[in-house]
Design a protein around this ligand. Structure first.
Ligand SMILES: [Zn+2]
Length: 298
């Protein structure tokens, strides 16, 4: 069986691993994101060592972004206009591909995580679904008809605008581009900034969670109405607050008010809006799934 490498490239941490599927995930290597030069050197060193033990057939990269996914573009595989200044215009795909000389699959971190959930996790049985991660930032990826939704660039589902009642929540928002977009109001960074301590340190009954469930539900309703997904997977650090998911189920149902006549929502919303089955490995396993897909194209 061919061995694949995966790189989960996050804005705050990277995870590299080799393997073939969730039961065979080896040598996970986690480290904090620093400069592109230092980070890419660490990745290359890791895969060169792994490759000495057993040949790696292809590598997948699920990257924070925005990224250039247009195969015919001169900057394909670059990280482009990211707020992380040092990473702007970084030729990520090219450096990995040229140095390690294997096929490299490249997509956004959330699209990779979506692919992992599609192959092995919570979205195995559907062909049209979205994966949203709510953590330091908010991102969303989509699979439509079993293929990535790319379109113009790629979806940026965290940066949609949702109702913001400033009388209830005077917080101005944290997005460096839009202030009070969804990410600006509901990311883990926004929670910490608004309440003065991180989500993990707020109690389960803190009013933060009711507000958070409200914002996530607004966003989810927009995704449902625009994309008509067959499932919604909600991942990321903020979703580890177990009290949130039932609050979101209730709010989404009540806000939709029986308008969308689908039993998946009206009767079985617990199976419609779910958390990732691959849990913390969704990102790196998704990158391995990307590598497998790229190898299959050769
Ligand atoms: Zn924004």
């Amino acid at each position: 069986m061919n061995l694949f490498g995966g790189i989960e490239a996050g804005g705050t941490k990277f995870v590299c691993a080799v393997g073939t599927n969730p039961e065979d995930l080896r040598e996970p290597y986690r480290f904090g994101t620093t400069s592109p030069k230092e980070t890419i050197e660490k990745i290359i060193k890791y895969f060169k060592e792994q490759n000495k033990r057993e040949k790696i057939s292809a590598i997948g990269i699920g990257s924070f972004g925005p990224v250039d996914l247009k195969k015919n573009s001169s900057t394909y595989g670059y990280i482009t206009s990211t707020p992380k200044i040092k990473w702007q215009n970084t030729n990520f795909y090219g450096k990995i591909q040229k140095t390690l000389n294997v096929p490299v699959g490249f997509d956004t971190d959330v699209n990779a995580a979506a692919l992992g959930e599609h192959q092995w996790g919570a979205a195995r049985d559907v062909s049209d679904f979205i994966y949203i991660t709510i953590g330091t930032g908010i991102g969303g990826g989509g699979i439509i008809n079993g293929e990535f939704l790319h379109g113009l660039i790629h979806p940026e589902m965290g940066h949609i605008f949702i109702p913001h009642d400033t009388k209830v929540d005077p917080y101005e928002g944290k997005c460096p581009f839009h202030n009070n977009c969804f990410e600006g109001l509901a990311s883990g960074t926004a929670i910490k900034d608004r309440w003065g301590k991180s989500g993990e340190k707020l109690g389960r009954d803190h009013p933060a969670w009711d507000l958070e469930a409200k914002y996530i539900s607004f966003a989810v309703i927009n995704y449902i109405c625009i994309l008509s997904p067959e499932r919604i997977v909600l991942g990321g650090g903020v979703m580890k607050q177990k009290q949130l998911l039932p609050m979101i189920h209730e709010r989404v149902k009540s806000l939709l008010n029986n308008y969308i006549q689908a039993p998946e929502i009206t009767d079985n919303i617990e199976k419609y809006i779910v958390t990732p089955e691959l849990e913390d490995n969704a990102g790196v396993l998704g990158a391995i799934a990307l590598a497998k897909g790229e190898y299959g194209k050769q």
